[in-house]
Design a protein around this ligand. Structure first.
Ligand code: NAD
Length: 337
């Protein structure tokens, strides 16, 4: 199998090449994103390996099929960037990595909560400047506060567990498909408005789908407990950024931690430190003292990246052997992680 790897970073090269030692496929690494303008690079390859910001809409998929590509191996869990109906039409098999380390993402969500609550990012800068004032650094005990977990799949249940068993939070959950693992932890489910009205911390762990697009919007922000903390490590478009900015300005949102952002495709994973960022909403977010943003790094642990590479290779092998591919994504079905 000849595989064209798009959006390839040094760590992708390293971990995919290491995993490939057991398989011996031919990999070609391309730094650009896969989209209509770069799809011709895939010509002559049997498979493409793509990531979260690659554009797998109908025109790209059509061009891939015309170029002779048969397999799209996503090295991520989410597939909201793939037109599954078009993929089926063009006879392209889509496989993904459904789980690589839910711990990585759950632990990062907790890092955002702790970092924001105790203003670690501000304290770090202050101390380096010899400013030992505590003004503005006051947090609250996580113990005894109420945390709302929206989406209790692989990641959400871990977040709920850490918050409940690790910190002694009251945890309330919302998920249209309640999980036994969560219920076994003694965590109660509630409707989303109930959760929002009770939670001091709201953490989002549901997939992005038409139903969850802007699930945090002007109306739902008004349902939140005034001053609550909002955490999003899931997908940017779960949060209506414009509404969140208004919520931060009014104090309705007390703090916000994001690992994902609606328009992150133009920003994240690249070094733009010498450029003028054109996204005014994003730069507005950066002005808030109570907003902590990381650039889609929640998944980024050595364990997770190694698992992604190994599962991607196993997915390719299954396809090459004629399937069935356990991690194939079919159209139409509920969208996943
Ligand atoms: P999962 O499929 O195991 O769980 C998702 C849960 O969301 C399921 O229990 C599902 O029933 C629930 N859900 C579906 N629709 C919902 C709705 N309308 N409201 C509330 N809950 C709903 O997925 P996971 O592995 O736990 O991943 C969760 C999300 O984390 C993914 O969708 C992905 O977007 C995100 N993610 C982010 C990173 C990162 O690096 N930031 C890495 C991996 C995954």
């Amino acid at each position: 199998m000849r595989v064209a790897v798009f959006s390839a970073k040094a760590y992708d090269k390293r971990f995919l090449s290491e995993a490939n030692e057991a398989f011996g496929y031919t990999f070609k690494f391309f730094e650009p994103h896969l989209d209509e303008s770069t799809v011709r690079l895939a010509s002559g390859y049997d498979a493409v390996c793509a990531f979260v910001h690659d554009d797998l809409s109908r025109p790209t998929l059509q061009a891939l099929a015309e170029a002779g590509v048969k397999l799209v191996a996503l090295r991520c869990a989410g597939y909201n960037n793939v037109d599954l109906a078009a993929a089926q039409e063009y006879n392209l098999t889509i496989v993904r990595v459904p789980a690589y380390s839910p711990h990585a993402v759950a632990e990062h969500a907790i890092a955002l909560i702790l970092g924001l609550n105790r203003r670690i990012y501000r304290a770090y800068n202050r101390v380096r400047e010899g400013n030992f004032s505590l003004e503005g650094l006051m947090g609250f005990d996580l113990h005894g506060c109420t945390a709302g977990v929206v989406g209790t799949g692989k990641i959400g249940v871990l977040v709920a567990k850490i918050l409940k068993n690790g910190f002694g939070c009251e945890v309330v959950a919302y998920d249209p498909y309640p999980s036994k693992a969560c219920q076994d932890l003694g965590i109660a489910y509630a409707s989303l408005p109930e959760l929002l009205s009770q939670a001091d911390i709201v953490s989002l762990h549901c997939p992005l789908s038409p139903e969850t697009h802007h699930v945090i919007n002007e109306a739902s922000i008004q349902q939140m407990k005034p001053g609550a903390m909002l955490i999003n490590t899931s997908r940017g478009a779960l949060v209506d950024t414009r509404a969140a900015i208004e919520g931060l300005k009014s104090g309705q949102i007390g703090a916000m931690g994001l690992d994902v952002y609606e328009e992150e495709g133009d920003l994240f994973f690249e070094d733009l430190s010498t450029q003028v960022i054109q996204d005014d909403q994003f730069t507005r977010l950066l002005t808030f003292p109570n907003v902590l943003i990381t650039g889609h790094q929640a998944f980024f642990t050595e364990n997770a990246v190694r698992n992604i590479a190994e599962t991607t290779l196993a997915n390719i092998r299954e396809f090459e052997s004629g399937g069935p591919c356990a991690n194939q994504v079919h159209a139409p079905q509920r969208r996943g992680a």
